[in-house]
Every structure is written in structure tokens, then in C-alpha cells.
Design a protein around this ligand. Structure first.
Ligand code: SF4
Length: 343
């Protein structure tokens, strides 16, 4: 059952309709405002992942439904996803041209995270998104095959009255299966999730990825057999990390989902402070967060180290370029480029 209006980066709906903050139990609700209901507990990967990172953050986001401010990274991610979805969903026999992908980006561009930002800075984000998509097109146009599904919605019932919901970004044919009657290649599936992180994960991290294990489970439910492989496609660096199905532990993923569901039902929403608190949208509400987040100095040291490494790299490159310009054009050229060099 496909729901193209609910891409994977947008949170899935819940059967339960939370009533807001924990102001006290109303009739028919728990202490935390979650309605007492016989309905199954519907969990997406995002919900399970949020809970496992910090149960209190889960409560703020999904039960209290506190507002979360937009951010440039979220808007960038959702815009790139929207463009990819439209381009791949054409399902044409030949790859649609790059212009279509860029037009899709233009149409899908989400400005909410860039509000208040200088126009030039906004333009830099947009140009970066265009570059990322141009690279994606170059990577796949040559070997393009029409996908089996794009943003494929799934709802997989589990024991304990749980339903795992979500949508898979891209499902492609692998030709690895064999049709029993004709002997022709068929049925093989590859499952892909697009990521807009700046850095790719390692193969080990991808093999242990809960989201991909849930997608493998969903493929079994939707198509009656396992995918041949699952992959995270890191569209920004332009790298796909693929692991064969045998390396994905679906049973462990199901156990994690069931354990998480049990804890949510027991209303265990204790804060779990970590270095992520510094970026948490709810740190001012959270007793463990404080105004700055408990580990702001740690975060600052990490970023300082990163910037210093970058500074050293840039300095080395500047020296190389200076040498090249001086060798080819003479030392005076450096002075013309930057009058400060003369001092
Ligand atoms: S500030 Fe930290 S402990 Fe509190 S909800 Fe956010 S992530 Fe959890």
C-alpha cells in the first residue's frame, strides 16, 4: 500500500492521537497524555531510534508534540529527498535528463529552514543541492534501470500488538531471482535509503543499521521474499554502501523494536544525557539539558579540533598555491593578489 504523500524523512502518522503536554491525566489518558487505547502501537524507525537515543526526547517529540524549529540541514535534506523522489518515480525506460532533476529540486525547495539567512548564504545551500543532484545524476544515468518502487509505504504487524510503519526510499530490480515457470531472471530486489549526511558510514555501521533491517523485514512482508541487498546511498559525498541480505540481522531488529515498544508502554521516559544534548531542540524543557546542554564544552572542543585540522590543511594548500603562482608568474604576482603579502 503506497502512500506517496508520506516520504520516509517525514514522520509517519500514529494511530494514537496524543493530547499534548503532561498537564495531568484527563479521562481516558495516561499521565503523559497518550490516550489509553486498544489500538496497536505504531512505530517508525525514527521513533524507535529517537527513543533509543533518549527516551525523554521521544516523549517531547512524539507524545507532548513540542514544536521543533526548522533548520537548514532539515530543509536541505527534505528538498533533496523530494527532488530524488520525483525523478526516480518517473519510472521511465530511459533516465530522465538532469534538467528534470534540477527542476524537481526547484519545485521541492523548502525555504523554512533558511528563514532569516542572508540571501547569499541561502544561494550557497541551493547551489550545493544542485551540485549534489548533478553528481547523483552522473552516477546513475548510465546504468539506470526503472525502479520497482519509490517511497514504498509499509505497515508490518509484529507480536505484542505493534505495527512497524515507514516508507522505503527506493527499491530497484537486481535480476538476481529466477522465475519458477520461465526460468527468467526476476524478483530480485535491492533496497536503498538516501542519506544527506556529509559523511558516509562504514560498511560495518551499515550492516548494523536498524533502519535497513526494518526495510528488509518490510520487503519480506510486501513482496514475499527478502531483498538481495540493502544500501545507504550518501548522496552528498556520492557514495553507496551496500551489504548483502545475509549480513542483516532482521531478528535482532524485531527484538529491538519489541523491547522499545515495551518500554514506551511502561512510560519509561527518563532523560539520557549525552553529547547530543547540545543539539537537542528540547534542552530548555529538559531537566538534564539546561540552557546550553550538559556537554557543551565537550562539543566545543570537538569542533575546535576539527576546525584546527581544517585550518592546517588550508594553510598547507595556500603555501602550495603561493609557490605555484610565484614560480609561474613571479613573486610580484603574490603582492598583486594580496597587498598584505608585501609586508
Ligand atoms: S536535552 Fe539531552 S537528555 Fe534532555 S531530552 Fe534532549 S537529548 Fe534527552
Amino acid at each position: 500500500m503506497e502512500r506517496p504523500s508520506e516520504p520516509s524523512h517525514v514522520e509517519a502518522p500514529t494511530a494514537a492521537t496524543p493530547t499534548g503536554a503532561a498537564a495531568g491525566p484527563a479521562s481516558g489518558t495516561t499521565l503523559l497524555g497518550e490516550p489509553v487505547t486498544d489500538e496497536p502501537l505504531r512505530l517508525s524507525f525514527s521513533r524507535v531510534d529517537t527513543y533509543r537515543r533518549c527516551p525523554r526526547q521521544y516523549r517531547y517529540a512524539y507524545i507532548d508534540k513540542l514544536p521543533q524549529p526548522p533548520s537548514p540541514h532539515l530543509s536541505f535534506g527534505s528538498s533533496v529527498h523530494g527532488a530524488l523522489e520525483r525523478w526516480w518515480d518517473r519510472k521511465l525506460p530511459d533516465p530522465p535528463p538532469l534538467e528534470e532533476l534540477l527542476q524537481a529540486l526547484y519545485d521541492a525547495w523548502d525555504t523554512t529552514g533558511f528563514a532569516g539567512m542572508e540571501r547569499e548564504e541561502q544561494l550557497r545551500w541551493y547551489t550545493h543541492a544542485r551540485d549534489v543532484l548533478a553528481r547523483h545524476h552522473a552516477r546513475f544515468a548510465e546504468h539506470y534501470v526503472p525502479p520497482v518502487a519509490v517511497e514504498q509505504w509499509f505497515e508490518v504487524p509484529l507480536p505484542d500488538d505493534i505495527v512497524v510503519v515507514g516508507s522505503i526510499d527506493l527499491v530497484v530490480p537486481t535480476g538476481a531471482g529466477t522465475d519458477a515457470s520461465s526460468g527468467a531472471a526476476s524478483n530480485g530486489l535491492g533496497i536503498i535509503d538516501w542519506k544527506t549526511n556529509r559523511r558516509a558510514k562504514t560498511r560495518e555501521q551499515v550492516a548494523g543499521d536498524l533502519q535497513l533491517a526494518i526495510y528488509a523485514l518490510a520487503a519480506r512482508h510486501l513482496w514475499g521474499h527478502d531483498p538481495d541487498w540493502v544500501a545507504l546511498d550518501f548522496v552528498v559525498p556520492g557514495m553507496r554502501v551496500t551489504v548483502p541480505r545475509e549480513e542483516i540481522d532482521v531478528d535482532a531488529a524485531v527484538a529491538k523494536v519489541r523491547e522499545t515498544a515495551a518500554r514506551i508502554r511502561s512510560e519509561a521516559f527518563e532523560p539520557q544525557p549525552s553529547r547530543l544534548c547540545a543539539w537537542c531542540d528540547f534542552r530548555t524543557e529538559c531537566p538534564a539539558g539546561g540552557d546550553e546542554g550538559p556537554d557543551l564544552p565537550g562539543v566545543a572542543v570537538g569542533e575546535l579540533r576539527r576546525l584546527k585540522r581544517r585550518q592546517a590543511r588550508d594553510a598547507r594548500r595556500i603555501d602550495e598555491l603561493k609557490q605555484l603562482v610565484a614560480d609561474r608568474l613571479g613573486p610580484d604576482a603574490l603582492v598583486e593578489l594580496d597587498p598584505d603579502e608585501s609586508s
